[in-house]
Design a protein around this ligand. Structure first.
Ligand SMILES: Nc1ncnc2c1ncn2[C@@H]1O[C@H](COP(=O)(O)OP(=O)(O)OP(=O)(O)O)[C@@H](O)[C@H]1O
Length: 295
């Protein structure tokens, strides 16, 4: 039996339509499935834990965006049941980073081929993540984006990325870089005027920003991007290059790799993981190698 977790609110509501089309294909192919619709934030994790506890699932499939996949992963970690994804959000960076087709019928075909592969996941302050944890500037952008009332409207107009970029510009105007103490594995360093630290398991976030273009989901390492010591105006000019991952050669960027990261700052800074806001410094982050089986 395949279990589907559908977040009808993902992609400004388009997930519901995508689910209807997917369900038609499942019925035409005579595939046994059950569906659960999330009723509120974090419900996805609870539903998955219940399924694992009571049922013998062949796979659990998230139908939604990165926030929905994030919740499903947090319910699924520790189990060997494979995860499938039907992209139906506004960002869909899990699918972009894993090479899962963006069209629901092709994504379903891939799930039904039944060829799971193991992937690494990250852990930050008690929560698992699959794409990127962003600390500092982009944690603040996630905070603004999640509370902005224009997101749903722009999603419906199929220009959800605009909402994110508008918030990048807003935060760029007021954000104050901070001093940060960083430990990567056994190496401790201090950094002044840090804008952001991104800890990446997959190369992109925020709807196709390739913050760590060389990150791989099964290399048992995080790629870590540190952006510091740059003026607001230079950062504004650098920003467009992140969509192609071309920012990495800029002198304000340092890229390193590691499995275990701790971050402390002189004033509290916010983080997101998979686009979901998770709190403020200090952060303890570690890689859980080859933990989730992905279809
Ligand atoms: N029934 C519900 N009502 C309101 N919010 C919900 C419900 N079910 C889940 N959520 C929340 O919806 C949020 C957004 O979901 P999701 O990330 O899947 O969509 P998205 O933001 O459109 O896509 P993306 O993250 O890829 O940009 C998640 O934080 C999740 O906790």
């Amino acid at each position: 039996m395949y279990y589907f977790i559908v977040n009808n609110t993902s992609g400004g509501g388009k997930a519901s339509e995508i689910w209807n089309h997917t369900e038609t294909i499942l019925q035409n192919k005579n595939i046994h499935y059950r569906v659960f619709h999330t009723q509120h934030a974090n419900h996805g994790s609870t539903l998955v834990r219940d399924i694992i506890h009571k049922e013998k699932a062949r796979a659990i499939i998230a139908v939604g965006g990165d926030g929905t996949v994030h919740e499903v992963i947090n319910g699924l970690t520790g189990s060997s049941i494979p995860l499938g994804i039907i992209p139906a959000g506004s960002g869909n960076d899990f699918c972009r980073g894993l090479g899962i087709p963006m069209k629901y019928n092709k994504a379903l075909d891939r799930i039904l081929q039944d060829e799971p592969k193991l992937m690494d996941v990250g852990w930050i302050n008690g929560r698992y993540f699959g794409t990127v944890a962003g600390i500092g500037f982009d944690g603040q952008v996630a905070l603004e984006t999640n509370k902005s009332s224009n997101k749903k409207m722009l999603n419906l107009a199929k220009i959800g990325r605009v909402s994110y970029i508008m918030n990048v510009l807003k935060v760029l105007f007021y954000y104050q870089p901070t001093n940060v103490e960083l430990q990567v594995d056994s190496k401790q360093t201090k950094h002044k005027d840090v804008w952001l630290i991104a800890i990446a398991n997959l190369p992109c976030y925020a709807g196709g920003m390739y913050i760590c273009p060389d990150a791989r989901n099964n290399d048992e390492l995080f790629d870590i991007c540190i952006l510091k010591d740059i003026s607001r105006w230079k950062l504004l000019r650098l920003f467009p290059s992140v969509f192609k991952g071309k920012h990495i050669n800029h002198p304000a960027i340092t890229i390193t790799k590691g499995k275990k990261v701790t971050i402390n700052s002189n004033s509290p800074i916010t983080a997101h993981s998979d686009g979901e806001v998770i709190g403020q410094t200090p952060f303890n982050i570690r890689l859980e190698p080859l933990t989730i089986s992905i279809l």
